[in-house]
Design a binder for this molecule. Structure first.
Ligand code: 13P
Length: 251
């Protein structure tokens, strides 16, 4: 077994109305009750509208709650935004920051992502900091340098393996069914680990997740790679059976 306990995170993205979302959460609570000794930490990140009811359902289970984004400031005139402190107030333990969809849709730069990760730490949340190259960047041979620069720019000073998790999500593998080659994932995760050695004191304890079309049938191969310490799961996290099957590959 690996020294780092795997983390399996479900990112529901902008999916889930009240009935379906709570139904999904209920199904996950059922799986968790059957599998209390599963060899992974598990977190689900529903849309903001469902954080309260889903959080209520997850209370006392082995499944943690996470937000999908937060604002850098603790409060104030930021219409539509959610503070990290508000997520903590709803019993979240995690928050995703810098997802490529937010970097693309909302123009989030590494500096913005870093300020959000700082906000997460201030609120006592673990930031899942996302990085990943586009298809054009991979095709032109820049993937390693692009991702290393994102890591340098997005991880705050003072971060530790307790306060942050990194997630490598190649943009071209998200929602496409195209999974990165295990050899490319291994190379990238090793490069991220090397980069992080210069940034945090306990780099060997940091969890680095892979994300991008992770499904039950490819999870075991990806999660077996040395520097892959879990998965950030999108589409398959919307099906309780699939999400749990991915988590079960950890043992
Ligand atoms: P998919 O698993 O749907 O490819 O999404 C991955 C992702 O973006 C998780 O944050």
């Amino acid at each position: 077994m690996k020294a780092r306990r795997p983390l399996i995170a479900g990112n529901w993205k902008m999916n889930g109305f009240a009935v379906a979302g709570t139904h999904l959460a209920g199904a996950l609570v059922g799986r968790a009750a059957e599998d209390p000794d599963i060899a992974a930490d598990i977190v689900v990140c529903p849309p903001a509208t469902l954080l309260a009811p889903v959080g209520e359902m997850l209370r006392g289970t082995i499944i943690a709650l996470g937000g999908q984004d937060c604002h850098p400031e603790p409060s104030g005139a930021h219409t539509g935004d959610i503070a990290a402190e508000m997520l903590a107030d709803l019993a979240c333990d995690f928050v995703i920051v810098g997802h490529s969809e937010r970097r693309a849709d909302h123009g989030e730069t590494d500096a913005v992502v870093r300020s959000k990760a700082e906000a997460a730490a201030r609120a006592g949340l673990i930031a899942i900091i996302c990085v990943g190259e586009t298809e054009a960047q991979r095709d032109s041979g820049e993937a390693l340098e692009v991702v290393r620069a994102q890591v340098r720019g997005s991880v705050p000073d003072g971060a530790t393996a307790e306060s942050v998790v990194l997630a490598y999500e190649p943009v071209w593998a998200i929602g496409t069914g195209k999974v990165a080659q295990p050899s490319d994932v291994a190379e990238m995760h090793a490069a991220i680990r090397q980069e992080i050695r210069g940034l945090i004191p306990d780099a060997d304890a940091l969890r680095i997740l892979y994300g991008g079309s992770v499904k039950p049938d490819n999870a075991a191969q990806l999660l077996a790679l040395e520097d892959v310490d879990g998965a950030l799961v999108g589409g398959a996290s919307l099906k309780a059976d699939d999400f749990w099957a991915i988590a079960k590959t950890c043992g």
